[in-house]
Ligand binder design. Structure first.
Ligand code: NAD
Length: 259
C-alpha cells in the first residue's frame, strides 16, 4: 500500500508519461507505493485509467491526464493542471515512446521518421521544458527513458536509434543547466523489456526477430527485463538518495551494452 509519509518518494508530486502500459504503468505503481502523488500522462485515456485503477487497488491514488506528449499546448496545459491541483512538482519520468517502423534507412519514409521523432524526442523535450519551468529552483529531478539504442546501433531501427541517442544528448545538455534550473536530469537505458510494445507489436515482425538471437546472448544476466526493473532504477534516480547524480546514463539492460 502507498503511504505518502513513507517510502523513497514520500510526499513528492511526480509525473509519469506513458503511464498507460508497460514500463510507465510499472513506474506509476511503484512510485505510488513509494509515497509519491503520481500524475499520469498518456494519450490513451482508457489505458491510463486502467493504470490508475490498479494503483487504487494497491491502496494509493493517482491523477490521470490525457496528453499527447508531442503537442506543446497539451503538455503545457497538463503541467499547469498538476500545479493547480498539487501546488508543486518534484519529479518526472519522461517515458512515453513508440517503437521503430522496422525498416532499412532506404525504405523509411519522412512521415514515419517524423511520427516517431514527434513522440520519442520532441515529446521528451516538450515535457522537460514545462516540467523544468515548474520545478525551477526547487531541487526537482527528471529521468528520461532512452534505451540501449541510445548507446549502440541496430539495423532496421534508424528512426528509433536516432531518437534514443537524441534523448541521451538532451539529457546531458539539460544536466549541464542544473546550476541555472536547480533540476537534476538523468536517463535510464533499458535493454529488451517484456512489455506490450515488445510482446504484442515487435515479436512476430521478421525484421525485429532477426535481432533477437544476438540480443538474447548479450543480455548476459540470462533473461530479458521486466518493466519493474526499469521502474526501480527510475524511482531511485528521482529520489533524494541520488542527490549527487546528474547527467548520468544508467543502463538497465542485464549487460546488453556491456560488450
Ligand atoms: N520495451 C522495451 O524493450 C524498451 C527498451 C528500451 C526502451 N524502451 C522505452 O520505454 C518506453 C516505454 O516503452 P514500453 O515498452 O513500456 O511501451 P508500451 O507501448 O507498452 O507503452 C507506451 C505507453 O506510452 C503511451 N504513448 C505513446 N505515445 C504517446 C504520446 N504521444 N503521448 C502520450 N503517451 C504516449 C502509450 O499509449 C503507452 O501507454 C518507451 O520510450 C520505449 O522506447 C522500451
Amino acid at each position: 500500500m502507498g503511504d505518502a509519509n513513507r517510502g523513497l518518494l514520500a510526499g513528492k508530486v511526480v509525473i509519469v508519461t506513458g503511464a498507460g502500459s508497460g514500463i510507465g504503468r510499472a513506474a506509476a505503481r511503484l512510485f505510488a507505493a513509494e509515497g509519491a502523488k503520481v500524475c499520469q500522462f498518456d494519450r490513451d485515456r482508457d489505458a491510463n485509467e486502467a493504470t490508475a485503477a490498479l494503483i487504487t487497488g494497491d491502496g494509493a491514488r493517482a491523477d490521470c491526464h490525457t496528453v499527447d506528449v508531442g503537442n506543446e499546448a497539451a503538455v503545457a496545459g497538463a503541467v499547469d493542471a498538476v500545479i493547480a491541483r498539487h501546488g508543486r512538482l518534484n519529479g518526472a519520468f519522461n517515458n512515453a515512446g513508440v517503437e521503430m517502423a522496422n525498416k532499412l534507412v532506404t525504405d523509411l519514409s519522412a512521415e514515419e521518421w517524423h511520427r516517431l521523432m514527434d513522440v520519442n524526442l520532441t515529446g521528451v523535450f516538450l515535457c522537460m521544458k514545462y516540467q523544468t519551468r515548474a520545478m525551477a529552483g526547487t531541487g526537482g529531478a527528471i529521468v528520461n527513458n532512452s534505451s540501449g539504442d541510445g548507446f549502440i546501433g541496430q539495423p532496421y531501427a534508424a528512426d528509433y536509434v536516432a531518437s534514443k541517442h537524441g534523448v541521451v544528448g538532451l539529457t546531458r545538455a539539460a544536466a549541464c543547466e542544473a546550476r541555472h534550473t536547480g533540476v537534476r536530469v538523468n536517463a535510464v537505458l533499458p535493454g529488451l523489456i517484456l512489455t506490450p510494445m515488445v510482446e504484442e507489436r515487435l515479436i512476430g515482425n521478421p525484421a525485429f526477430e532477426q535481432q533477437m538471437a544476438p540480443m538474447a546472448e548479450r543480455h548476459s544476466i540470462g533473461r530479458y527485463g521486466k518493466p519493474e526493473d526499469v521502474a526501480e532504477a527510475a524511482c531511485w534516480l528521482l529520489s533524494d538518495r541520488s542527490a549527487f547524480i546528474n547527467g548520468s546514463m544508467l543502463t538497465v539492460d542485464g549487460g546488453y551494452t556491456a560488450r
